[in-house]
Design a protein around this ligand. Sequence first.
Ligand code: AMP
Length: 170
Amino acid sequence: MPLKQYIRDIQDFPKPGIGFKDITPLLINPVARKVTLTILLSSLRGQKVDKVIGVESRGFFFGMLLAEELNAGFIPVRKPNKLPYQTISASYDLEYGSDSLEMHIDAIQKGDRVVIHDDVLATGGTAKAVCELVEQLGGEIVQVNFLMELSFLNGREKLGNHPIFAAMKY
Ligand code: AMP
């Protein structure tokens, strides 16, 4: 099944010059969604996974589905001041300025085997910050996975030696 037909390109969203990858046509189609989940799971076959992280907010959809299938815990990583309990944070650079992401301090125990999931790998700054959060708490990164990778932005170069998987490549 050619999954890319379920990704809608929206030019100049949310601002001029950005080609936004809209995943809602994929989310709305149960067959395409199932195929995508199967592809992501097959990249993890045989791996022990304790926790799956979903990155706010579009990483939550498949992050939770993966956690369910892997019988693993689910951890939301969120934008600042959204999580109610004690948090750790990591910042990353934006085109202008910087932003940060937060995770609850008790989300990961030392040695936990963790999969990180987000919808799009673009410049890699977001995923790199999430890797730093996992490492701050002593987790082991099994894989960083995405629905799609925008290869022309070279985001994987920011992610060091961590295994990276994307169900679709552009
Ligand atoms: P980056 O930190 O540059 O790798 O950007 C990744 C984050 O920004 C992900 O959480 C994506 O949801 C979002 N993102 C970046 N570029 C796009 C795009 N072209 N279409 C949709 N989401 C994007």
